[in-house]
Design a protein around this ligand. Structure first.
Ligand SMILES: *Cc1c(COP(=O)(O)O)cnc(C)c1O
Length: 393
């Protein structure tokens, strides 16, 4: 798709109805489960048959799906799903039966659980890697490719970057190029970065998935997902999965997501600024360790500078103990102690409170999803909470 405008303009300008007298500026919400059809379903495929039924399509989806494709530079429209996990599940199903999925040892817990569930019933194998260790990832991909030699879609490399919650940064171009070279599929969960910060399809990734719930919708009022690809066969498989397994998006959710998308560039800009400022102040705070790719001392910093158009707005603070971290989440009053991320409001969460969080994630790690509030207000509240939490240690 040709890019006429910068992404900050695209999010505002795209997905509008045609400019005609009295046309609305915004697309309509179409509330219909069924659509007028023809007498004969025809022989030349689904397109000739129209939408037919609400599980196959909804006109409310179309503008948003086009907008996502523009932002991710996909050559085919995006596919909205009922949730990020529905999109993740559809993408995982692209692996051939008996194949191998290589996943970051730190990645979104739901994606990992979905993959483990499939592995438990023998659908495919799961191998975990340190996604920041390029050599070891490439070795794992080559080994799997050798095992599944000759099997189409036998190997899938699942990439998150930056990872949840450790914020490791993968060498995306190197991993994608290597995977392509040995015939492995690559899927990138681009939820944390957003297409404003990283566009994985432009470096050759096969599929991008999103939890639209997070930054794209941005107001913590919608659960929604999306998958994007420029490959017609993969697009067809994802589309088929959505239609037949039925994890379809509601029209209201998609409408709200498009409304939220209008301010994506502003929200991302402000929350990234806030995150960077807070990371800098935190790195001077005694008794805590900070993880944020925007800090020059962070292991992911050089890659982030080379590959990303920003450092994201998630940062992690590690306190000495789980009890101290827990106390910090109880002492905040502006920050909300809650899971999730990517909304306008700042959230704080001790990750290891989730039983399945990997034990390589420190007990005292707090994940901060930085919002768009005044940075001094955020800092004052956080500094007070950390002071309280550490004083009691
Ligand atoms: C939230 C999230 C998901 C899952 O999305 P839902 O919309 O909650 O189903 C997947 N990946 C990442 C990185 C996420 O943050």
């Amino acid at each position: 798709m040709t890019q006429k405008w910068a992404p900050e303009t695209v999010v505002v300008e795209t997905a509008r109805p045609p400019r005609e007298l009295d046309a609305p500026l915004n697309p309509a919400v179409v509330l219909s489960s069924t659509f007028v059809g023809t007498h004969d379903l025809g022989t030349d495929g689904a397109d000739a048959e129209g939408i037919q039924y609400g599980r196959f399509g909804n006109p409310t989806w179309t503008p948003f799906e086009r907008a996502l494709a523009e932002l991710e530079r996909a050559e085919l429209p995006g596919l909205v799903f009922a949730s990020g996990l529905a999109a993740v599940s559809a993408a995982l199903e692209l692996v051939a039966p008996g194949g191998t999925v290589i996943m970051p040892r730190h990645c979104y817990l739901g994606s990992f659980s979905a993959a483990k569930d499939s592995a438990a019933v023998g659908r495919f194998d799961v191998v975990t890697v340190d996604i920041a260790d390029t050599d070891s990832v490439q070795e794992a991909v080559s080994a799997a490719a050798a095992r599944h030699h000759g099997t189409d879609r036998g190997v899938m490399l699942w990439i998150e970057s930056p990872t949840n919650p450790m914020l490791e940064v993968a060498d995306l171009p190197a991993l994608v190029a290597h995977a392509k070279g040995v015939g492995a599929l690559t899927v990138v969960d681009n939820t944390f970065a957003t297409p404003l910060v990283q566009q994985p399809l432009t470096v050759g990734a096969d599929v991008v998935v999103h939890s639209v719930t997070k930054y794209l919708a941005g107001h913590s009022d919608v659960v929604l997902g999306a998958a994007l690809t420029s490959d017609p066969a993969l697009h067809e498989a994802l589309h088929h999965h959505r239609s037949i397994r039925g994890a379809v998006a509601g029209p209201w959710e998609v409408w709200l997501a498009l409304r939220g998308l209008r301010t994506l560039a502003l929200r991302v800009e402000r929350s990234q600024q806030n995150a960077k400022e807070l990371a800098q102040r935190l790195s001077a705070h005694p008794g805590v360790e900070v993880r944020f790719p925007g800090l020059a001392t962070d292991p992911g910093h050089d890659r982030a500078v080379a590959q990303l158009k920003g450092f994201g707005s998630i940062l992690c603070v590690v306190l000495p103990t789980s009890a101290a971290a827990q106390r910090a989440t109880e002492a905040v009053s502006l920050w909300t102690p809650a899971t999730s991320l990517g909304g306008v409001e700042s959230l704080i969460e001790r990750r290891r409170r989730h039983a399945h969080e990997p034990h390589s994630v420190p007990e005292g790690l707090l994940r901060l999803s930085v919002g768009i509030e005044n940075v001094d207000d955020l800092w004052n509240d956080l500094e007070y909470a950390l002071g309280t939490a550490l004083a009691a240690t």
